[in-house]
Ligand binder design. Sequence first.
Ligand SMILES: Cc1cc2nc3c(=O)[nH]c(=O)nc-3n(C[C@H](O)[C@H](O)[C@H](O)COP(=O)(O)OP(=O)(O)OC[C@H]3O[C@@H](n4cnc5c(N)ncnc54)[C@H](O)[C@@H]3O)c2cc1C
Length: 379
Amino acid sequence: MDFSLTEEQELIQQAARDFAQNDLLPGVIERDEKQLFPKEEVRKMGELGFLGMMVDPKYGGSGLDTVSYVLVMEELSKIDASSSVIVSVNNSLVCWGLETFGTEAQKEKYLSKLATGEIIGAFCLSEPEAGSDATSQKTTAIDKGDHYVLNGTKNWITNGNSADFYFVIAQTDKEKKHRGINALIVDKNMDGFEIGPKENKLGIRGSDTHSLIFNDVKVPKENRIGEDGFGFKFAMKTLAGGRIGIAAQALGIAAGAYELALKYSQERKAFGTEICNHQAIAFKLADMHTQIEAARHMVYKAAWDKDNGKDYDLSGAMAKLYASQIAMETTVEAVQVHGGNGFVKEYHVERLMRDAKITQIYEGTSEIQKIVISRSILD
Ligand SMILES: Cc1cc2nc3c(=O)[nH]c(=O)nc-3n(C[C@H](O)[C@H](O)[C@H](O)COP(=O)(O)OP(=O)(O)OC[C@H]3O[C@@H](n4cnc5c(N)ncnc54)[C@H](O)[C@@H]3O)c2cc1C
């Protein structure tokens, strides 16, 4: 076993750390408060190659491995989980889904623009009545020969307003249940496509979450991913990889909060000594450090599984379940270590605590991860 990173992976990790410190940190409190999308920061992340990290260089991507991707996700999430979710959706769900299952024509048309950040993408599965139960799709894509007619509403779509490219999952044949679902590429400028109001969220407030409404949107057949009826499988396969990115986001949020708590505990004095010298605080730090290290091993292992052609459904689900759980626990404790200062925005830990919660909800709630894990071990 070799637990060390390659020189290239270390360089990428450092580049992400520098970018997070220099470019994400300065405006992060304002973006969170005012719900501002990090437009300029996304442009720079495109230049740095963070938006198409695993895409083949022939399509304008960075051609890197999943381990490098999780290293970047971890570093960005230490500072700004609103920016890292954009990176996660674009890399894991949009670029990976398109590169793995798209036709050559679809890749030529969209992939290089997505990989370089010229455009960003969104992944639209959830609906008002289809969240965890993603088979209950009410959005319909009716087959009209050379095109589909799309009708329905999608909920909670990350990059909802900022994207130009949308993977939309919809039911074509109800009789065939999940085998009658298709995944279609929808362009923002298609007639009948409306963007609903922005959600006012607890956390990741800089990210742009909207409902989307489709009214008789005509989508050409060449925009379908895979064979007729492949849409549900496409969504599940794509989300299995997406979970590794969200697990890395949770890990980064936890590690960011821990680093702040460690520093604060070495500076803040109470009862004549730095608070880290009180065992109650030192033991919190010990627990945080141990849990983060365990989560890190799980996240890197899931990424390694993906890179090495191994099954990653189980390792990805376990990594997301555990990393999101410790992201909540660590951020709550980091606020506690900061005392009253933990409760105000300037010290960053309250934002990390709010941001941590979403990692237990999206791309499969913790309960859904336990279903995936238990099915896998009982199978
Ligand atoms: C900020 C944000 C961004 C998002 N981004 C996207 C996006 O880009 N694209 C997209 O498609 N979706 C997105 N989502 C949607 C997200 O994936 C769903 O919210 C999530 O899958 C849960 O679905 P739900 O909200 O309908 O909850 P429900 O499915 O109604 O679940 C409610 C509760 O019941 C539990 N539950 C449900 N079924 C079971 C079961 N069988 N056993 C045990 N417990 C169960 C759940 O775990 C949860 O605790 C986003 C959501 C948010 C909040």
